[in-house]
Design a protein around this ligand. Structure first.
Ligand code: FES
Length: 626
């Protein structure tokens, strides 16, 4: 086999193998490119520039003519045939492993106390004082421990091999005065000196894009630290479907599982070091994620999730042991996974309903988690119905020419002067813009629509005279930012993608409400969750017809409810029971088989909707502006 090298400009030199794409070679050597389609040659995000050498180019997919002329190739469709020198442009570099600024939206402990004053973590503790062995009292260490437990009314404790191995030394080092930690199923977890008071737990939200860990002191429920990173599974694709496909390819499932487990371990390691905490003192773990993420974490083949009739292997997960899950905490720590409802409504939504308390109130409320999928739940303390609609990853930057996630350099807000059509941009991190994120797109489309730059179908007006509009290779485009190296534009295809996504969400809400015979005005509260929800401008989202036109005071942003639900479950048995009840009680509706969904969807493919009467506030504003 021919061996070659790939040299990265200002970077490493990597050995390449014949027949392996540039993308795979880089990935296998820890150099990650944005690969929204998972290396299938369709997203056009893995562009690299060949400066020297030659390769076999299988396809150029979405690359523009100018890119090709400048020697850009798709790394996933290019196979080295000689040594290569390549340049990786900034926008093709996948930022993973980097810590993301972590925020906690509210005081969760206060919130927990308001719904459940008593802490009841998954692991409890009992202090024991054992009589040291003597020649006259020669019973074994384990028997001695069992007798001490029986004296405290604790019978039937189970002891694993992993617990027994260090038992003799632990008892002696502690001078026979110990604290035994045990799980709800009476499984002994750890033995420590009686005076050791603090125990920890971690609540984990495995999102398709990010992994969030709350490091909790379980003795008082306080938050020790928060860690966030991008989900490293993004190396294999942006959305759940691409990852499911990857999981079915040789070794892919294990790669995906290892990626997310490493993310969790990488987050907790520096937190432990900083706070002087040893891994044996982390006694419990709660995992919340969508059904695919939960399956991947468990190492379960998710293939059937995407095949009709869309059945997951399981919705209710047994308790797992951290050691078996390969989490670097106490290896006997129980791992609780939030139950899922169906293939596309997972534990993250159960967490969301739990945290919003929708299931406890008499008022009818709507819960929406907006991300790659739009997950919707409607109901109150008597009934709950849920569905998911595929919005595509456009709000996370995929499928958008200059789309990116909401990180530094992303345009997150846009204002347009209605006379000059000149934009004012808000950029995350106040840096030079390098792309546009979901909230920026919503702002931009709403502003372009109201300024008359685009029509109801999202098409650019052909009679405006502004140099902000130009004809690109794929049709007209609006220049948001003029850069030295490249302009950042919004194309008609980008706008069409956003309109499709918002139409799917709106149609999902409409059809779900119709399914239970309710109209929108019955809904008294709307909870919006998801990382995206933190930045969403509600007025603008209504103006483009993404959210229903209801009074603004009915909307509540509740941020990342997946992690909030995981936190509640980590500390409260009552919350864990409620989570099980929610999952059990929720009726899951498969929107694609519902009559009327397609009609609703087609009607929503306009700004804001074909029936503008459904958006009275937008109608008023629209006519006032004309
Ligand atoms: S085109 Fe190469 S990863 Fe999508």
């Amino acid at each position: 086999m021919k061996t070659m090298q790939i040299r990265i400009l200002n970077g490493r030199t990597i050995a390449a193998r014949e027949g392996e794409s540039v993308y795979k070679t880089l990935k296998d050597n820890g150099v990650y490119l944005v690969a929204s389609c998972g290396g299938k040659g369709v997203c056009g995000k893995c562009r690299v520039k060949i400066l020297e050498g030659a390769g076999r180019i299988e396809s150029s997919g979405k690359l523009r003519k100018r890119d090709i002329e400048e020697n850009f190739v798709l790394a996933c469709r290019t196979f080295p045939e000689a040594d290569l020198l390549i340049e990786i442009p900034e926008e093709s570099k996948l930022v993973i492993g980097d810590k993301i600024a972590a925020g906690k939206s509210r005081n969760l402990l206060e919130y927990l106390h308001s719904v459940e004053p008593l802490l009841s973590p998954m692991v409890r503790h009992v202090s024991l004082s054992l009589d040291p062995p003597t020649l006259e009292n020669p019973v074994s260490d384990l028997e001695r421990l069992k007798r001490a437990l029986a004296d405290r009314g604790l019978e039937g404790m189970r002891f694993s091999h992993g617990f027994l191995v260090p038992l003799a030394r632990a008892l002696r080092e502690a001078g026979w005065k110990v604290s035994l930690s045990f799980a709800e199923d009476m499984q002994a977890v750890s033995l420590s000196p009686a005076d050791k008071g603090t125990r920890y737990g971690i609540a984990v939200d495995i999102g398709t894009t990010t992994v969030v860990v709350y490091f909790i002191d379980c003795t008082d429920g306080s938050l020790v630290d928060v860690g966030v990173t991008y989900n490293s599974q993004m190396r294999y694709g942006d959305d759940v479907i691409t990852r499911i496909v990857h999981a079915t390819e040789g070794g892919g499932l294990q790669e995906l599982r290892n990626a997310v487990v490493e993310d969790i371990n990488d987050i907790i390691k520096p937190i432990m070091e900083k706070n002087n905490i040893i891994r044996d003192d982390i006694h419990s773990v709660v995992i919340s994620g969508n059904t695919t993420m939960a399956h991947l974490f468990w190492g379960l083949d998710p293939a059937t999730i995407r095949e009709e009739p869309y059945i997951p292997t399981l919705n209710a997960f047994p308790r797992w042991k951290a050691g078996v899950a390969k989490l670097k905490v106490n290896h006997l720590a129980p791992v609780y996974t939030l139950p899922c409802v169906g293939s596309y409504v997972g534990g993250d939504i159960v967490s969301g309903v739990l945290a919003s308390r929708l299931h406890k109130n008499a008022e009818i409320a709507l819960f929406m988690d907006i991300g790659t999928n739009g997950e919707i739940a409607v109901g109150n303390n008597e009934w709950l119905i849920t569905a998911a609609c595929s919005m595509g990853p456009c709000f996370e930057g995929s499928g958008i020419r200059h789309g990116m996630r909401a990180t530094d350099g992303a345009i997150e807000s846009v204002r347009l002067d209605p006379r000059s059509f000149e934009p004012t941009l808000g950029v995350i991190g106040d840096s030079a813009p390098s792309g546009i994120c979901g909230s920026g797109m919503i702002d931009a489309i709403s502003e372009l629509f109201f300024a008359g730059v685009i029509d109801q179908k999202g098409k650019f007006s052909r009679d405006l005279t502004t140099d902000r509009l130009k004809m690109g290779e794929e049709g007209p485009e609006y220049i948001l930012h003029r850069g030295d190296l490249r302009d950042i534009v919004l194309t008609e295809a980008d706008i069409e993608n956003v309109i499709r996504a918002k139409a799917a969400l709106y149609a999902g809400v409409s059809v779900l409400l119709k399914e239970v015979g309710l109209s929108l005005d019955i809904v008294e509260r709307i909870y919006i969750a998801g990382g995206f929800g933190n930045y969403l401008n509600i007025d603008k989202a209504i103006m483009i017809g993404m959210l229903p036109d209801l009074p603004k005071e009915k909307f509540s942003f509740i941020g990342n409810t997946s992690i909030a639900g995981a936190y509640l479950c980590l500390l409260s048995e009552k919350m864990r029971k409620e989570a099980e009840e929610i999952a059990h009680k929720m009726t899951y509706v498969e929107l694609s088989v519902l009559r009327g969904f397609m009609d609703e969807y087609m009607s929503a493919l306009f700004l804001p909707h074909t029936d503008i009467g459904l958006f009275p506030s937008v109608k008023d504003l629209y006519h006032k502006d004309r």
